[in-house]
Write a protein that binds this ligand. Structure first.
Ligand code: PGA
Length: 247
């Protein structure tokens, strides 16, 4: 099944008003031929979305409830209201530091999709799990427990396979290991959603940069990337977008 590539930047806790020009450079340079998005700190979403109405701006997390006594949290309706069109859920930094469970991640993904946001749902193994030879079984189980029961339009939903040990370290799995994992996750998505599971994008994330993007994008069932550090500057990010466009 032909899937359109998606390259999404995850700015994490980086960016203030001083960075709106950098966001603009990326939004103007993104071009056609593949989908491009930036998931920004909540404080920048509205300003970036207002300036670049045709460019996809996203959040990095969303709460599963519509509203209520959840200090510091953001609902899907709030993200939409600020101009976001998508959100990340289940990033390993939130699973670890905020103690988010698979059930929490599932609830967030379901709430976001129901509200009309696209979702990038992250899964990935620790280095200990990888070294123990349990990466595929562990991440497959994590995916099964984290994905929504139903997804509507499958092109609104993406998985990001992000090995925890590859995030921000400059290390990436071998191309064979990426292939093995993405093929396994494709199988799980088809088991969960039938034919629609073939249309869900599976992004790779973890130390993606201009120098390794083309090789990663050449792997079957790699439908784009979730990019952290290399998404902060247009000069680093746009070559990754270009590699996706050419793949
Ligand atoms: P990185 O982060 O590209 O800096 O490794 C990726 C991520 O955490 O989404």
């Amino acid at each position: 099944m032909a899937r359109r590539m998606l390259v999404a930047g995850n700015w994490k806790m980086h960016g203030t008003a001083a960075d709106l020009d950098a966001i603009g450079e990326i939004a103007m340079g993104a071009g056609d031929g593949c989908d491009v998005a930036l998931c920004l700190p909540a404080t920048l979403i509205e300003r970036a979305a207002r300036r670049h109405a045709d460019f996809a701006i996203g959040g990095q997390d969303v709460h599963q409830a519509d509203k209520g006594a959840h200090t510091g949290c953001i609902s899907a309706a709030m993200l939409l209201d600020a101009g976001a069109t998508l959100t990340i859920v289940g990033h390993s930094e939130r699973r670890q530091a905020q103690g988010e469970s698979d059930a929490d991640v599932r609830g967030k993904a379901e709430a976001a999709l129901a509200a009309g946001l696209d979702v990038i749902l992250c899964v990935g193994e620790s280095d200990a799990i990888r070294e123990a030879g349990q990466a595929v079984s562990t991440v497959s189980a994590q995916l099964d427990a984290s994905i929504p029961g139903s997804i509507g339009d499958p092109t609104d939903f993406s998985i990001a396979y992000e090995p925890i040990w590859a995030i921000g370290t400059g290390k990436i799995p071998s191309i064979d290991d990426i292939h093995e994992m993405h093929a396994a996750l494709r199988g799980r998505l088809i088991a969960a959603y039938g034919e629609a599971g073939g249309a869900v994008r599976i992004l790779y994330g973890g130390s993606v940069k201009a120098s390794n993007a083309a090789e990663i994008f050449s792997v079957d069932d790699v439908d784009g990337a979730l990019v952290g550090g290399a998404s902060l500057k247009a000069a680093d990010f746009l070559p990754i977008v270009e590699a996706a466009r050419k793949s």
